[in-house]
Design a protein around this ligand. Sequence first.
Ligand code: KIV
Ligand code: ZN
Length: 516
Amino acid sequence: MTVTNDTNGERVLIFDTTLRDGEQCPGATMTLEEKLEVAQLLDEMGVDIIEAGFPIASNGDFESVSAIAKVVKNAVVAGLARAGDMDVDRAGEAVRHAARPRIHTFLSTSPVHMKHKLQLDPERVLELVSRSVTRARNLVDDVEWSAEDGTRTEPEFLYRCVEAAINAGATTINIPDTVGYTTPEEYTAMFRNVREKVPNADKAVFSVHCHNDLGMAVANSLAGLKGGARQIECTINGIGERAGNAALEEIVMAIKTRGDVLPYHTNIDTTMLMRASKLVSAVTSFPVQYNKAIVGRNAFAHESGIHQDGMLKNAQTYEIMLPEEVGVHKSSLVMGKHSGRNAFRDKLRQLGFELSDNQLQDAFVRFKELADRKKHIFDEDIEALVDQEMGHAHDDIRVVALTVIAGTGGPQRATLTLNVDGREVTKEASGNGPVDATFNAIHAIVPHEAKLSLYQVHAVTEGTDAQAEVSVRLEQNGRLFTGRGAEPDTLVASARAYVHALSKLMQSRQRVHAAG
Ligand code: KIV
Ligand code: ZN
């Protein structure tokens, strides 16, 4: 029988680092507006701590942490800092307006990091731990200290560092598995030992932070709880450096589903997990693996005859969680072209979207256009449409019209009209295929140096009239800008995705310019 025991057991704090460790992975850069959207959803979902960014990393990071600090209502907002004074001060400044601010400061403690990365001896590291935490505590009451590469740190030295951090005022101690090296048994034992050997350990909450290099991040995180940790650092869809971080949705559902062996509970509204997964995937253009646990497209699909037969007799034969618990609803046919605005608004609410009147009006116009061209409109079509409407709201470049001549006799040609900062410009270009011709036309209208580093297409639903969802990533000076577009016409979707990425790139230039 399915055991659902989500209100029993001890409370575990969920610390989401999608906007910091998640965003740190190549290609996952988000705009300020996208970060705000993600932060607000995390807050609504019941995340306890939102790590909003690394304020010293850039002006953009600082701005987004302080903007998030101002809008988040319930969660603690954390800013990351290395041990230097400037880092700590900048983090303190960025979270200053949060209702519940936290500074999260870290320093490497393993022999390999101290010797090669920091080039500092252990005694100096110990001094810096006390100094950085003390400085942070002078700015905020809530300070977290992390021992970077903690799982490869010599135990005796780790105990001394943890003791020093707590003495200096740290209220949370995080011991990360920075390189994804530990195993569940080892990680449990490490927390047990630290809590036993450090004299002031009872004055802090212990935290896990696991990377997935060996595919054990979730198992290790849960094992940390067994050793006494009560905070888990994780990301939506498990995005993060290299193989990623522990996936929030997997941790939360493991705790919820296996209360018999994991006697804990979290504050997460699990029915919002799917929405959060889709939003993070959309704003980063990182696709979610089809067979990904909890939020993958196939996570609740039963294909084989034997499984389907069992499911028809009793869902518990093959289902350990209800799809509705994680916000998966049976895809339903929605309205057609005769559906009115109220029905459309109700559908959006059902799918979890709250739009302003203007956004609703624009989305409704696009829905009507789509309904004229596509016979059956599904939930996924509406989600893609709204994502696009919200995602493109701040674009300075927009696609007005596109005509493409394609076929066996190349070169293919594209005639494109873009609205650039309110002015319409039309150009024609040829290329090696219709997509190449379209992108060359964009280049002719808006000359730029950026290189195309990703072009990806997938169908939103089944059928030959399905909308194509296109992701484009542009790279310039090591920075990556991702755009997306959804349309029944793959080429129009491609053009929209490209100009979306280009708009972000242009806006970031203006920001750097203005800041410089
Ligand atoms: O993986 C890691 O060690 C980190 C720290 C900065 C907490 O991300
Ligand atoms: Zn990390």
